[in-house]
Write a protein that binds this ligand. Structure first.
Ligand code: ACM
Length: 548
């Protein structure tokens, strides 16, 4: 089934590389790609000793190759601003990334002692770099990463990491050499919101599994982790005032497995870990539909006072909180209060999708009462785009998950909200949903939004995607990963990869760099990195994978 790619075709594609500011003449395919791999793997054999500057995902905004590479050696030191706790933590993080495969000690020292090494430099006056931008300068005399904020240094570290051979991701000592191409990258993100969502409700994923996903997201400069924490099949976050939500409502999942939930301390641990990767966690409690797990846990939340059984199937749209009952708002107030208190981020996602068992009038009543509760506890609302069926609160973001075939009137309702100041996060289901099958032969996933091959998921422009929505209403993009059919980390890997890096690039890289023909080559070059990181991925025939 997998189409074979010939070497001449690969070389032909390489010569097309022309990202913003990248001179491609210097990096000819024959000199860079004809080497023999150290471990005999086809993918490794395709890697150059020096990855051309900027040939990474997401592609940087500005790349100026110049001079000779830097070579990381046993003597390399990592220099930080020792007065800054965050700077020191970033130095330790970088050393921790590089030590296992290089086997080098990489001491983290004050900047002054890092001559000839890798320096992480905070430069508060460098306003052009914004909140997440960075500059990387590399040459034989050292590598300097400069950023206005620690988040920018963190993003720059991901660039530095991707410039090194993929073997740097391995857990045991590898041969090297460890070279970083010479020149300057200056890079800032296109969008402030670059998200990924993980559905831990349909199948539960442990804290360690979520951390692994966070680390994968970090490599592609994702800065927002949206956790879908409740649904018909399970409630996954402890709420002290309503303990049966987890002890009972969290006790199963799709297919009838044991489910699970996060204690408050475990959730805080996820939030802390995400923060260490400069990701903001947005918790979602899906309301008023998608609530069977809550309704099963507390009879009084049901209009008829009768708790339904737990649910382990994959239907949607059959459950609703009881909009007329006052206890519903006591419940929602408690849940929002407790989750807001655990969450340092700015946002709380209240769902609002597929409320097919709630009348429109009830939906409006419910959202008009619930949105102010989010503000009461100091957070801003995020909702799925059905929230535009009522008035989104001041400062709200709506997450558009429609399809090409979504009725024009529905698209226009969202666009009108955007014209009125509501921010948009774009997650078109037939582009960015990582759980959609790639083709009819994909064993996992769903297909209600159609098949989403790699090119389709990458090849769209967030700024012009929704007709009538002003470009500046688009705050960014998000790739949701729903887990009705996904139960293991391998399942997540093969659906997220390789589409996730493409959505990450849509969020980060300037529109001017958007080009499938060059993107697919850079994506193919990620394959040995996926392999080194133990990430299973779909070998799309659209991508010229090395060795195929
Ligand atoms: C959704 O896919 N129901 C947001």
């Amino acid at each position: 089934m997998r189409q074979r790619r010939t070497i001449p075709r690969l070389i032909g594609s390489l010569l097309l590389v022309a990202t913003a500011g990248v001179g491609c003449g210097e990096a000819t395919a024959d000199s860079r790609y004809a080497g023999t791999g150290t471990d005999g793997k086809a993918a490794a054999a395709a890697e150059p000793e020096v990855r051309p500057l900027g040939r990474i995902v997401p592609v940087p905004a500005s790349v100026t190759p110049e001079g000779e590479p830097y070579t990381l050696t046993r003597a390399t030191r990592i220099g930080v601003d020792s007065a800054s706790r965050e700077s020191k933590a970033l130095g330790r993080y970088l050393a921790g990334l590089l030590r296992p495969a290089t086997g080098f000690p990489l001491p983290v020292v004050d900047e002054a002692g890092a001559r000839g090494g890798i320096r992480l430099r905070l430069s508060p006056g460098d306003t052009a770099l914004g909140d997440e931008g960075y500059r990387l300068r590399s040459g034989p005399g050292g590598v300097t990463l400069t950023a206005r904020e620690p988040a920018g240094l963190f993003r720059g570290v991901q660039t530095l990491r991707q410039q090194l051979p993929s073997a740097v991701e391995r857990n045991s000592v590898q041969a090297g050499p460890w070279k970083i191409a010479g020149g300057t990258i200056t890079d800032t993100p296109r969008y402030a919101y670059r998200g990924a969502m993980l559905d831990v409700a349909r199948h539960f994923f442990t804290v360690d599994e979520v951390k692994r996903y966070i680390d994968q997201l970090a490599l592609y400069k994702i800065n927002t982790l949206h956790l879908h924490l409740s649904d018909d099949q399970g409630w996954r976050i402890a709420v002290d005032s309503w303990p049966r939500l987890t002890t009972y409502g969290g006790s199963t999942e799709v297919g009838g497995g044991p489910g699970g939930f996060y204690t408050k301390e475990e959730y805080r641990e996820i939030v802390r870990y995400a923060a260490s990767r400069y990701q903001e966690v947005i918790p979602e409690i899906d309301l008023p539909g998608h609530t069977n797990a809550a309704l099963a846990s507390y009879a009084e939340l049901n209009c008829d006072g009768v708790a339904p059984p737990l649910y382990t199937g994959i239907k949607v749209g059959f459950s609703s909180l009881c909009v007329p009952k006052p206890v519903t708002y006591d419940f929602v107030d408690d849940v929002i209060r407790e989750i807001a208190a655990l969450t340092p981020g700015r946002y709380l996602h209240i769902g609002g999708d597929e409320a097919h068992s709630t009348s429109h009038a009830d939906y409006v009543t419910f959202m008009d009462k619930v949105q102010p509760l989010v503000a009461k506890y100091g957070k801003k609302v995020v909702g799925w785009h059905q929230l535009t069926g009522t008035k989104p609160a001041e400062g709200a973001l709506v997450q558009y998950w429609g399809l090409d075939r979504t009725p024009a009137a529905e698209k226009e309702r969202v666009a009108a909200a955007a014209r009125n100041g509501t921010g948009l996060v774009l997650s078109p289901a037939d582009r960015s949903y990582l759980d959609m099958k790639y083709t009819k032969d994909t064993p996992l996933g769903l297909a209600w939004a159609g098949y989403v091959e790699v090119r389709r998921s990458y090849d769209w422009d967030p700024a012009t995607y929704l007709p009538g929505a002003p470009a500046d209403s688009v705050r960014g993009v998000e790739a949701p990963l729903w887990t009705e059919t996904l139960a293991t980390m391998d399942d997540l890997d093969v659906m997220a990869f390789p589409r996730l890096p493409g959505i990450a690039e849509l969020g980060w890289s300037p529109a001017s760099t958007h080009d499938w023909e060059t993107y697919k080559v850079r994506l193919a070059e990620q394959a040995p990195r996926f392999e080194a990181m133990g990430i299973d991925y779909y070998r799309s025939p659209q991508v010229p994978w090395p060795g195929e």
